[in-house]
Design a protein around this ligand. Structure first.
Ligand code: HEC
Ligand code: HEC
Ligand code: HEC
Ligand code: HEC
Ligand code: HEC
Length: 489
């Protein structure tokens, strides 16, 4: 028998015969309905050229509807199989299936429809899987569909990387990275689903940690993330930094600190200099705590190939146990996409920018204490902060409330915004939960190593010389002269 005839006799006829059962027909209906829904959604997107950034619409149209489509398709052969088994058990399998006759136009059209539908289904499934996969790579999906990510997503949206997809930094390329990310994602999905009942049996039921801990040990080295966009050997030279601070007095007295950071890099003679140059690929360290804050052992490969080992005196000559790591961008820029500031930094920046008017007496002191107070939720903070700020002025300076009412209101709203960007009571994220390693004022940062206590055999310590890293042009000065000299307002 020629192949086609074989196919027709042994497969097509039985399939058409057995396919006429409730399960297969329901499958066909589900597939048709979800297929039409999906395609209409795509058409709407193409015609109106806009993609909704509502994560739940995304979950429905990119994940659930395509899943229904595939489920419907799968039901068709399942129904065929069950019906066949049922008839077989009852001994009712017909000796001769209904006629398959290609001369019969009705039958021929039926086959045409099945063929065309199969091709269409194939295209739809391929498109839907591609779109589903790329949807799962989108920041909307990673950051918004799961409330657990709210702190990171909020900080991300106001970071310089707000247009870099989460997956660029967090998930590698290639099938293996994709697969392990999805396995991890499934685990996290279970943790989120079981969260409400997890405390009943903490050891058995999966749960997610609050807050989500950093460092993220699975993050790939900067070579595969940051350096995909930033050239590591770039020469950045010096960078001017101006920081404003306001005092806790009635006038909110403003002072400024002005410094020149020696960022350096690789200079035109290929010397590795300054903050960026010196640490490039040459330094390994051992951290003895899970947050990489306690670093008692540091080893540097010098430009001539020799190694210098710096150890902290706390070690007393014992080799430390812990994570050994090659230093890269993330050891300083650990908050590149998710900077949470301290309450002081938050209010100082807002006042320097004018969002909170420095003309309101005592606003720095009052605002700071309102920011640092404890609230049960962002919603509660959103009510309490403006209410208490207003109550403060009503009690102490009613005239001001009458003349500067709108400024007080705006200050209250700005404080709420600052709180909402940095404190997330439901995830136990508060001021200082996620330290920033850049600098040394609010957290140990550079001084994890540059504390003067990391000493090599010859007696040289990792430098704590202020001028190695920056020139301090003004420290907490009112209206520093250097700024007017430079023409900076
Ligand atoms: C520019 C790179 C980059 C992008 C883009 C990025 N992240 Fe991160 N993310 C990091 C780094 C770096 C860390 C800190 C790693 C460390 O300390 O080891 C981090 C940490 C985290 C953490 C751990 C908790 C914490 O706050 O440290 C979560 C959760 C997270 N990111 C989620 C996201 C989500 C969701 C997105 C997208 C909306 C995203 N990230 C986008 C670089 C990035
Ligand atoms: C997909 C590309 C991309 C990746 C990956 C990326 N960045 Fe960036 N980064 C940018 C762009 C673009 C800017 C400039 C944004 C701007 O000027 O507004 C930037 C800005 C920065 C800045 C300057 C921030 C500022 O306040 O001016 C730092 C620091 C930085 N990136 C560090 C990192 C680190 C560390 C990583 C790895 C964890 C990283 N970037 C990964 C594209 C990227
Ligand atoms: C030893 C710590 C350290 C390491 C390691 C480090 N940086 Fe930086 N980087 C800094 C400091 C400090 C600044 C200035 C911070 C500021 O502007 O407040 C900076 C600034 C930057 C800027 C902004 C430059 C500008 O002109 O404003 C970029 C971009 C950047 N770093 C990228 C990187 C990348 C990419 C890597 C990894 C190849 C890296 N950094 C490694 C400390 C470091
Ligand atoms: C893991 C340890 C470690 C951390 C964290 C670290 N450094 Fe370093 N740094 C070193 C070592 C080791 C050297 C080389 C020894 C030396 O020059 O004193 C070095 C050298 C330097 C130098 C060159 C000093 C010179 O005399 O030429 C600068 C500048 C510098 N670091 C800045 C920074 C800044 C800024 C930070 C924080 C953003 C930082 N480092 C964080 C280990 C570290
Ligand atoms: C290992 C490098 C390093 C050393 C050593 C160092 N600093 Fe800094 N310092 C930094 C960096 C980096 C910043 C900028 C942080 C930022 O971007 O916010 C900074 C910022 C500052 C600021 C401004 C901070 C603010 O937020 O107002 C002051 C003041 C300061 N340093 C004082 C000193 C003094 C004094 C010394 C000497 C005892 C010193 N630093 C030693 C790296 C260093």
């Amino acid at each position: 028998m020629p192949a086609f005839e074989k196919f027709r006799e042994n497969w097509l006829r039985p399939a058409l015969f057995f396919g006429n059962n409730p399960i297969s027909l329901a499958g066909g209906a589900i597939t048709t309905a979800s297929g039409i829904t999906m395609i209409s959604y795509w058409v709407v997107e193409i015609v109106f050229r806009r993609v909704s950034d509502n994560p739940y619409l995304g979950i429905i149209f990119f994940l659930i509807v395509p899943a229904l489509f595939v489920l419907g398709l799968a039901l068709i052969p399942v129904g065929i199989y069950l019906r066949r088994r049922e008839l077989q058990q009852a001994g009712q399998i017909p000796a001769e299936f209904p006629r398959v006759d290609f001369n019969d136009p009705v039958f021929r059209h039926g086959v045409d429809i099945v063929l065309v539908a199969t091709i269409v289904n194939f295209l739809v499934v391929a498109t839907a899987s591609y779109r589903g996969a790329s949807y799962m790579d989108s920041p909307q999906f990673c950051g918004q569909s799961c409330h657990v990510m709210k702190p990171e997503y909020t900080a991300y949206q106001i970071s310089p990387h707000s247009h870099v997809a989460c997956v660029e930094c967090h998930i590698g390329s290639g099938a293996q990275a994709y697969f392990s990310a999805k396995v991890n994602g499934t685990k996290q999905l279970l943790e989120v689903s079981f969260h409400p009942i997890a405390p009943l049996a903490p050891k058995i039921i999966p749960n997610y940690p609050e807050p989500i801990p950093s460092p993220v040990t699975s993050l790939r080295p900067a070579r595969y993330t940051c350096e995909e966009c930033h050239t590591p050997t770039r020469f950045d030279g010096d960078k001017l930094l101006v920081k404003s601070e306001f005092a806790d007095d009635e006038k909110n007295t403003e002072t400024q600190t002005v410094l020149i950071l020696h960022l350096g890099g690789v200079d035109s003679l290929s010397h590795y200099i300054g903050i960026h140059g010196v640490h490039l690929g040459h330094i390994e360290y051992i951290a003895t705590d899970s947050t990489r804050t306690t670093i008692p052992w540091v080893q540097r490969v010098n430009p001539d190939g020799t190694k210098t080992t710096y150890v902290s005196s706390a070690l007393n000559g014992v080799q430390p146990q812990g994570e050994r790591r090659l230093m890269d961008c993330i050891d300083c820029h650990n908050r590149a996409a998710h900077t949470f500031v301290t309450a002081e930094e938050a209010i100082n920046q807002a006042m320097a920018g004018g969002a909170i008017s420095p003309d309101l007496p005592w606003v720095h002191k009052e605002g700071l204490s309102l920011l640092k107070a404890s609230y049960s939720s962002q919603a509660q903070a959103g009510v309490e902060i403006p209410r208490q700020l207003e109550a403060f002025y009503r009690q102490n300076d009613p005239g001001l409330l009458a003349s500067n009412g709108p400024q007080v209101k705006a200050a209250g709203q700005e404080l709420v915004l600052l709180y909402d960007q940095n404190v997330f009571p439901f995830m136990k994220v508060t001021w200082g939960t996620h330290p920033n390693h850049i600098g040394h004022m609010s957290y140990p940062g550079c001084f994890r190593c540059h504390d003067g206590d990391h000493v090599a055999k010859g007696g040289a310590a990792i430098t704590q010389d202020c001028s190695a890293c920056h020139n301090l042009l003004a420290v907490e000065e009112a209206k520093p002269k250097v700024l007017s000299d430079l023409g900076i307002q």
